[in-house]
Design a protein around this ligand. Structure first.
Ligand code: PHE
Length: 414
């Protein structure tokens, strides 16, 4: 049964029917990998910060936020799927773990920051595999200008400087219009100004991509960097874009961004400004830059992992021997008319097995034609990053998974 209170970062919180945060997740909150010296995520954060030397660099905001801050203040609709308990972690109905660094936009603008980067751990309920982990790290960046002639002049001067820099660089950019019918200027914005701001955003991020991927160890300097801009949608920006970078023959999604919705700036009390924001995930980029093959490795405390990295240096990770996988299946009948969300199953497994679980797949589902009951079968792949697991240990963990599954979801094991 759920305890009445849970403690997070030394504070007690009341639980309620919304509570779905697990001990496995709570244990990650104090770790703050993006601030651990010589950790790849910390070096990557520093690389990005050094590209924006005159921006404020923030990295110590608590991950506990109200749903209001995470969603409402950013104009998310009431029925947005991100709000659901299957997608996000709730401490109780009034407190959650931020799902993105954008949750801090309003407070940061309200503090009067006009150029800032904010790095933080963010939390999303998700499936389990080599590239998904329920905790990851994002960098939010934003810049706002006076919404008058002085601001316009600032944008244009910066655009000129960045254009010059990019013209001398080995980069190929596939662009989309700054503004289009499907990616519109906001009604309260002067179209020329919004266009200049979108252009500033693009120039700034193209140059950041050069900094990040141009510095990649062993990058072939003859080959141009290829960056592709795509129209996107976010409730808190318009126009909005996604950026992809070509890496080893594939387009990789790197970040989302756009011209900040005026409602956000109005809420922050800076309605006389106009500007842009972007949000990028650090793990995906770090996995590429350092050749790190599994996202769980970022959480490893094994010296064979940690000792390979030096603060400020991007080097190629040399994998140590992979230990064997061990597959275990579990099949069960759901109670009549009950459903089990895949994320609930994954969190149960993650909370029981920790980082010993490499991935979880549903391999079978059927509904009995006569009884109407549904049967599910999941295959769990156990593998440690650090050591060889004994059969006995895995059987033990698997037993715990099965027991908890039976107790928490009232299923009938087959
Ligand atoms: N917060 C968005 C995400 O996590 C990214 C984003 C940030 C988009 C800022 C636009 C502006 O997907």
């Amino acid at each position: 049964a759920l305890p009445k209170h849970i403690e997070i970062l030394g504070q007690q919180y009341l639980t309620d029917l919304t509570t779905n945060i697990t001990p496995a997740i709570i244990s990650k909150i104090p770790l703050r990998l993006h601030t651990q010296p010589s950790h790849p995520l910390s070096t990557l954060r520093n690389l990005i910060e050094s590209h924006y030397p005159d921006f404020a660099h923030l990295s110590s905001l608590s991950p506990l936020v109200t749903p209001f801050k995470n969603f409402d203040e950013l104009s998310f609709p009431q029925d947005h799927p991100g709000r659901s308990v299957t997608d996000s972690y709730y401490i109780n109905k009034d407190m959650m773990l931020r799902t993105h660094t954008s949750a801090h936009e309003v407070e940061t603008f309200r503090r009067g920051e006009t150029k800032w980067l904010l790095t933080a751990d963010v939390y999303r309920r998700d499936e389990i595999d080599g590239s998904h982990y329920p905790v990851f790290h994002q960098v939010e960046g934003a810049r706002i200008f006076n919404a008058d002639a002085s601001g316009m002049k600032e944008v244009e001067e910066d655009n000129e400087r960045l254009s010059l820099h990019l013209a001398r660089s080995n980069i190929i950019i596939e662009d989309v219009p700054h503004i289009s019918p499907t990616n519109p200027v906001q009604p309260s914005h002067n179209p020329q100004f919004s266009e200049a701001v979108a252009k500033n955003l693009k120039l700034s991020l193209n140059s950041l991509m050069l900094e990040i991927f141009g510095a990649a160890a062993g990058a072939n300097s003859e080959e141009p960097l290829r960056v592709r801009w795509i129209e996107a949608y976010f409730p808190f920006t318009s126009p909005s874009f996604e950026v992809e970078v070509m890496f080893q023959g594939k387009w990789l999604e790197i970040l989302g961004c756009g011209v900040v919705r005026q409602a956000t700036l109005d809420t922050a009390g800076v309605s006389n400004k106009i500007g842009w924001a972007f949000g990028l995930g650090l793990e995906r980029i770090a996995m590429i830059l350092y050749s790190i093959p599994d996202i769980r490795l970022f959480w490893s405390t094994d010296p064979r992992f940690l000792s390979q990295f030096e603060q400020g240096k991007i080097t190629t990770f040399k994998p140590y021997s992979k230990y064997p996988s061990c597959f275990k299946d579990v099949s069960f009948w759901l109670p009549r008319n009950a459903a089990l969300h895949e994320n609930d199953f994954c969190d149960l497994v993650r909370d029981t097995a920790g980082d010993l679980v490499e991935d979880v797949k549903r391999i079978d589902e059927f509904t009995h034609p006569k009884t109407g009951k549904t049967s599910l079968c999941y295959r769990i792949n156990y593998r440690s990053m650090d050591r060889s697991l004994s059969n006995e240990e895995i059987n033990h963990v698997q037993n715990d998974v099965v027991t908890r599954l039976r107790d928490q979801f009232d299923v009938e094991i087959r």
